[in-house]
Ligand binder design. Structure first.
Ligand code: LP5
Ligand code: MN
Length: 240
């Protein structure tokens, strides 16, 4: 059994979601073979050298314990936590996956992504994304002291929340043409992603082939959601 989650946005400011995740990881998730976290696991990740901060250290320890108990955990970057790196992965005992990632099981083929890269109508975000994903830019950011990085991240989060008020939901959704191209490039595999916080199951018809796109729900203080693959079908499971 495989489980998929995304957009938990974990932070000390979301104790409810954090508790839900820790309960999930110690309980329900242990029945699965693998857990796939498709980005925005943390509300903000400012560098692996912040992994020792008490909140982060608690999450890292919980991930490691679940891994040691036999749960394979794989994680993709989101737009909030794209700085999660090899030191974090080693400490937490998780595998960092590229975005997109093709997941082949004996029964079915999936393609996994956070989803933000296909939101091409949001030109301001695409420009921002190109900038912050550039290695030189990341190196310069990571060279700053942690308190300065923390302040920049908080500022960016505020800017982002304010900016979203000016954007329509459709502008912030995946571009249909880009999505069809993506599905074509990845062999019409069942697409699972997050980011938009608009959980739904979409039917695409690409080159006459029916392709499903499952959008994961974001987590809240009182509820979360995971998608379950039991070897034959996908289903949503409410948590909390
Ligand atoms: O995240 P969310 O859901 O609010 O909105 C996203 C897009 N916003 C972002 C920004 C992140 O929220 C900020 C995360 C910070 C934590 C990481 C810190 C570590 C690295 C520091 C990087 C500087 O991704 C939002 C989309 C929305 O999804 C829907 O898809 O619309 O896009 C934006 O908000 C981008 C703005 O439109 C343009 C931003 C201009 C900011 C200019 C600052 C330039 C950078 C200088 C930094 C020193
Ligand atoms: Mn996101």
């Amino acid at each position: 059994m495989l489980l998929f989650i995304s957009d938990l946005h974990l932070s000390p400011r979301s104790p409810g979601a954090t508790r839900l995740f820790l309960e999930f990881l110690a309980g329900r998730a242990r029945q699965a073979d693998a857990l796939y976290i498709l980005g925005d696991f943390f509300d903000a990740w400012i560098g692996d050298d912040d992994g020792a901060e008490p909140f982060n250290a608690g999450i890292v320890a919980a991930l490691r314990a679940a891994g040691q108990a036999g749960l394979a955990i794989a994680l993709q970057h989101g737009n909030r936590d794209f700085l999660l790196g090899p030191d974090f992965a080693a400490a937490a005992g998780v595998k960092l996956l590229p975005d997109p990632y093709v997941l082949s099981t004996p029964e079915w083929q999936f393609v996994l992504a956070h989803g933000d890269a296909l939101c091409t109508d949001d030109a301001a975000y695409m420009a921002f994304r190109r900038q912050v994903r550039a290695p030189a830019w990341q190196a310069a950011f990571l060279a700053k002291p942690l308190p300065e990085r923390r302040a920049i991240a908080a500022h960016l989060r505020e800017q982002s929340e304010a900016g979203k008020q000016e954007k329509t939901p459709d502008l912030m959704d995946l571009n249909p043409g880009e999505t069809d191209d993506f599905l074509r490039r990845h062999g019409y595999a069942t697409f699972i992603h997050g980011h938009t916080h608009r959980p739904a199951t979409h039917d695409h018809l690409v080159d006459g082939i029916h392709v499903e796109r499952w959008v994961l729900a974001d987590w809240h203080e009182d509820r979360g959601e995971c998608l379950v693959w039991d070897g034959a079908r996908l289903s949503r499971e409410a948590l909390g």
